[in-house]
Write a new protein. Structure first.
Length: 70
């Protein structure tokens, strides 16, 4: 995925939404072919800064990649 984030910071906590481009190989296990497809992703999360250099985040994503007519 290639995503941006937009959020609200409160002290060391960031609450955000995210979205952008999703891409990946859709493998065809029956015929052995691969096909790169694109789509979108949307999500939200929370990130906390323990120090200036260490953070942890919890994030949920929805990814939609077109699989074609298979």
């Amino acid at each position: 995925t290639v995503r941006g984030r937009l959020g609200y910071a409160m002290d060391r906590t960031l609450i955000y939404v995210t979205g952008g481009l999703a891409y990946g190989d859709i493998g065809d296990s029956l015929f052995g072919g691969n096909d790169t497809r694109v789509g979108y992703t949307l999500g939200a999360g929370i990130e906390y800064a323990f120090t200036n250099n260490w953070t942890a985040k919890l994030e949920g994503l929805y990814v939609n990649i077109d699989r074609g007519n298979r």
